[in-house]
Design a protein around this ligand. Structure first.
Ligand SMILES: [Zn+2]
Length: 445
């Protein structure tokens, strides 16, 4: 079975027009698996509290930070998310040769652990690697057929970012020096900065080994059979696009990368041309019952100089037919964004975008062009209003006027949301709702 899905990107400050880190992810999942956006406030926990994750439990932390996560509806954890300290994390499915016998942590558990426990990227990394070593993660045979796998992550804050890759209880991490994309393929070979001690022990190597004697994490742990040809192509493509736009990366560019369909935008560039077509970053499934479709996306524009709030641009379903909302952790979301489970519903923003995509499949190109025009105008308006509000709200919060900032942000997000949903609904043919009623009795996970 193909496990193709997910691309995570990080653009470093030197490569962005604003000089701020930009993180981005497309979460690719089974085509009818709802992925609402949920928010949890900061919480303190008593000693000896146990935290029940997807398949196992771990000791709870003293304080879990306020965060927002994009949550496959059946999951404790998230595909990607951000917290009150501007820590942003997204994961990728990987496949090592290790096969744990018992249920383990999932990659989505680990994303949420990092968001709850990290006040910066390094702290999130340390929290994640600590539970990885103690409890393990990876591919095991789940009796109900849940899809399980090892994981790769990008963990970022405004000042630094890490790539973390795992195999069972073992892990290696590399500090990001250069903008890069990761996909469903190991990227860390012998170029790690940090590694689990036991990985070295298993390989009979020392951390001080140099050159060829240094443990090659990818070669030692990856599964022998090729996991995903498409992943290598997508990794090459996202890295090439980031490289091509180096110094000019902004939110619009990142949206174009997440919406990428190979070969369309950069046909004249040799490097891009050399990459085989058909492996774009925006993922579409031909069928509603198999393959992967981009379920949700996030582009985080962090802020390192304390002049504004960070802006989290979020999108549901395929980014090429959607729009990215400016989202703020400080305000309240429209409840429709956080609602959605296995049964399709017109009260769920996620399902509206699902219906929109089903409807567009039977439309001619002209309709798609008209939709794109409407969303593009609104997207530009969001670009021109979000930053001013982010600055204004930051200043209100600095003056201890949290409530005023929250009210403004809630009003802004809600007004935007209603305008977007009105456009989306106007492009959904009425019979699409009844023809595409879904009640997944079983999640592929
Ligand atoms: Zn697309």
């Amino acid at each position: 079975m193909s496990l193709d899905g997910c691309d995570t990107l990080i653009a470093t400050p030197g490569d962005t027009t604003s000089g701020n880190t930009i993180f981005a992810k497309n979460s690719d999942r089974p085509p009818t698996e709802t992925q609402p956006l949920v928010k949890h406030d900061r919480k303190t926990h008593g000693p000896n509290t146990i935290n029940k994750l997807e398949f196992l439990s771990v000791p709870e932390t003293e304080v879990s930070y306020k965060h927002v996560g994009s949550r496959p509806y059946w999951c404790w954890g998230y595909e990607h998310g951000f917290n009150e300290h501007q820590v942003v994390i997204g994961n990728e499915a990987l496949q090592s040769r290790l096969r744990p016998e018992k249920p383990t942590l999932t990659g989505m558990d680990l994303v949420r652990i990092g968001l709850e426990r990290g006040s910066n990227a390094r702290q999130a990394l340390d929290a994640m690697t600590s539970v990885i070593e103690n409890f393990g993660q990876g591919k095991f045979d789940h009796p109900d057929g849940y899809r399980t796998y090892d994981n790769g992550f990008i963990i970022a804050d405004p000042n630094e970012a890490y790539v973390l890759e795992t195999a069972g209880h073992e892990w290696a991490a590399r500090k990001v020096q250069k903008s890069q994309g990761i996909s469903n393929t190991y990227s860390i070979s012998n170029n790690w900065d940090l590694i689990s001690e036991n990985a070295l022990r298993l390989a009979n190597k020392s951390a001080c080994d140099n050159g060829n004697d240094r443990l090659d994490f990818r070669d030692f742990f990856k599964e022998d059979t090729k996991f995903s040809y498409s992943a290598d192509q997508r990794e090459l493509r996202s890295c090439s696009l980031l490289d091509y736009h180096s110094g000019k990366i902004n939110i619009a560019k990142m949206i174009s990368i997440l919406s990428d369909h190979s070969g369309q935008e950069f046909e004249s560039k040799n490097k891009i041309e050399a990459i085989e077509s058909g492996y774009g970053i925006c993922m579409h499934s031909d069928s509603v019952s198999k393959g992967s479709n981009t379920a949700a996306s996030l582009i985080a524009e962090l802020c390192s100089n304390e002049t504004r709030l960070p802006i989290y641009w979020t999108s549901m379903y395929s980014p090429c037919t959607g729009i990215f909302f400016p989202t703020f952790i400080e305000g309240m979301f429209n409840k429709s964004l956080s609602f959605g489970d296995k049964k399709s519903s017109q009260d769920s923003a996620w399902w509206i975008f699902y219906y929109l995509n089903q409807s567009l499949k039977t439309d001619d190109n002209e309709t798609i062009v008209q939709l794109r025009e409407k969303f593009d105008i609104l997207q530009c308006e969001f670009f021109s209003t979000a930053y001013g509000l982010a600055e204004e709200s930051y200043n209100l919060i600095k003056k201890n006027r949290h409530k005023d900032a929250e009210e403004n942000l809630t009003h802004y997000m809600d007004t935007n949301f209603k305008r977007v949903i009105d456009i989306a609904r106007s492009f959904i043919k009425t019979d699409v709702y009844s023809q595409n009623s879904v009640n997944s009795k079983f999640s592929l996970g």
